[in-house]
Design a protein around this ligand. Structure first.
Ligand code: ADP
Length: 229
């Protein structure tokens, strides 16, 4: 093993096989009709933890690739509204479960195309929108917008939520690795603090910027830009 990130890559791969086996077994067990209510709850809790562990190893693999500069971007021209729509469809089930509404406020006029790696950028947008759902309140809302930026040849995407917000002192830390704010840990025990670090790397690799405005207890707005030239 040559480097720290190579170690992380190998370790994450090694973890994936047994954890996949455990998740599969629990999924089978979950469908078992003879289980008592109490047992069902235990199984579904274990299943959730197993899935979180898979997500974590996936995130570690992505970060090792990013940090070694071998994340392998493949860019293509795309319509931003189509991109946002298809990414959001993957978050809708989570939002429904959480009792949070998601709206995409579509641009009024057609926007210039962006050149993106849709798969990777979808990972970034999904992390941001999933956070907007997970750190929201019951009956809360998430509104996504895409529009021409106020200055320069950029499109700006924003994700606004009505959730717990971020304390002033934490704003500069949330895009770092493994950081989770106290108020977030209180409402969501699950999380690795890696999603926004990955999102920031992906947005920057596209030549864009990412930032957040937030008010504690009121909500947050995450913004990122993508160049159109
Ligand atoms: P995770 O969600 O796994 O903790 P992330 O890297 O996605 O990791 O986010 C880092 C931290 O930023 C979160 O733990 C939380 O403290 C804060 N955060 C991110 N999105 C939001 C949001 N929409 N509202 C409030 N806090 C947020």
């Amino acid at each position: 093993i040559r480097s720290k990130s190579e170690f992380v890559t190998v370790a994450s791969h090694q973890l994936r096989t047994p954890v996949t086996g455990i998740v599969w077994a629990l999924q089978t067990l979950e469908g078992e009709e003879s289980l008592s209510e109490a047992a069902k709850q235990v199984v579904s809790g274990a299943l959730e933890s197993g899935k979180n562990l898979l997500d974590l190893s996936e995130n570690l693999l992505v970060i090792a690739k990013i940090e070694e500069g071998r994340f392998g971007y493949e860019f293509e021209e795309m319509d931003i509204a189509e991109f946002v729509n298809s990414t959001l469809s993957n978050v809708v089930p989570l939002a429904r479960k959480a009792g949070v509404k998601i709206y995409f406020d579509k641009p009024e006029r057609p926007l210039p195309k962006v050149t993106i790696d849709a798969k990777k950028l979808a990972l970034a947008l999904r992390n941001i929108v999933e956070n907007a759902v997970r750190y929201n309140v019951e009956n809360g809302e998430v509104v996504i917008r895409a529009d021409a930026a106020e200055s320069g040849p950029f499109i700006e995407v924003s994700v606004k939520d009505t959730g717990i917000g971020i304390a002033e002192k934490d704003i500069d830390k949330i895009f770092g690795k493994f950081f989770r704010a106290d108020n977030a840990v209180r409402v969501q025990t699950n999380g690795s603090g890696l999603g926004l670090y990955i999102a920031r790397n992906i947005v920057r690799a596209h030549g864009g910027k990412i930032w957040v405005e937030s008010e504690l207890g009121r909500g947050s707005v995450f913004h990122f830009t993508l160049p159109t030239d």
